[in-house]
Design a protein around this ligand. Structure first.
Ligand code: ADP
Ligand code: ADP
Length: 224
């Protein structure tokens, strides 16, 4: 399923406090693409990712998944769509501290009243090196392990598309590299679309297609 991003703009605030965060961004994401997005702080990267993934709405423009215009429906429809089709990985791992790794991973399913698929959970845990960490609490895990739990949580509902907003931004380069290697491996093995924001050129270069944003203007980098 392709994603069409059609001339999306986003303006925050009103009157004299208006901030134009995104100006007519356009891109086509093909099923299975691995895309990286770079750009200076405040250039609109998170805004773009939030609108693509349905965490936020554009001021103008559309985002269509196949034939579905995701911002056309109600907030309720949008969150249902997001729960089933999209996984999101944050820079801060956003794990619930009182829940074990396993409970954090299956939380999206519980919120959607679905039963966890134990075999799939075990498969993800294996791919992410978490098999013997599932009963630990977040504070008993390293940063890299916590982010790998967050990766499993993003994948547990078997979404088609994974969005990651600086997933290695809070990690040292070794554990960041491990998280990225596992994410790339999973993308290939499970056939996911991956869109990632990063400040790290080496990570950006792992992607098949690279984009750059400056002052809300999105462009694709042509790799020669
Ligand atoms: P980046 O992810 O590249 O750092 P952002 O998308 O977070 O950039 O922000 C783009 C611009 O929009 C910045 O000027 C930022 O301050 C502004 N902005 C982002 N979110 C909000 C918000 N909720 N309210 C007001 N301004 C915002
Ligand atoms: P990053 O650049 O790492 O993406 P930011 O600090 O720009 O992180 O933004 C973190 C969150 O804070 C964003 O999701 C955005 O919605 C919100 N935000 C950013 N700038 C503003 C702002 N000027 N006013 C209100 N919220 C903002």
């Amino acid at each position: 399923m392709d994603i069409q991003v059609n001339q999306i703009s986003k303006t925050y605030g009103s009157g004299d406090n208006q901030v134009a965060a995104l100006n007519r961004a356009a891109m086509t994401i093909h099923a299975g693409d691995f895309i990286s997005i770079m750009g200076p702080s405040g250039s609109g990267k998170s805004t773009l990712l939030h609108i693509l993934s349905g965490l936020d709405r554009p001021t103008t423009g559309t985002v269509t998944y196949g034939k579905t215009d995701i911002h056309h429906g109600t907030d309720r429809e949008l969150s249902a769509f997001r729960r089933r089709k999209i996984g999101f990985i944050f820079q801060q791992f956003n794990l619930l501290p009182v829940l074990t790794a396993r409970e954090n991973i299956i939380m999206p399913l519980l919120l959607d009243r679905q039963k966890p698929d134990e075999a799939y959970l075990q498969k993800l845990a294996g791919l992410l090196g978490l098999t013997d960490r599932l009963d630990h609490l977040p504070h008993e895990l390293s940063g890299g392990q916590q982010q790998r739990v967050a990766v499993a949580r993003a994948l547990i509902a078997k979404p088609d598309v994974i969005f990651a907003d600086e997933p290695t931004g809070n990690l040292d380069s070794k554990s960041g590299g491990e998280v990225m290697a596992m994410l790339c491996d999973i993308r290939e093995k499970l056939g996911k679309t991956l869109v990632i924001i990063t400040h790290d050129t080496r990570i950006a270069e792992m992607a098949g297609r690279r984009f750059y944003i400056v002052d809300g203007e999105l462009s694709e980098v042509t790799v020669s």
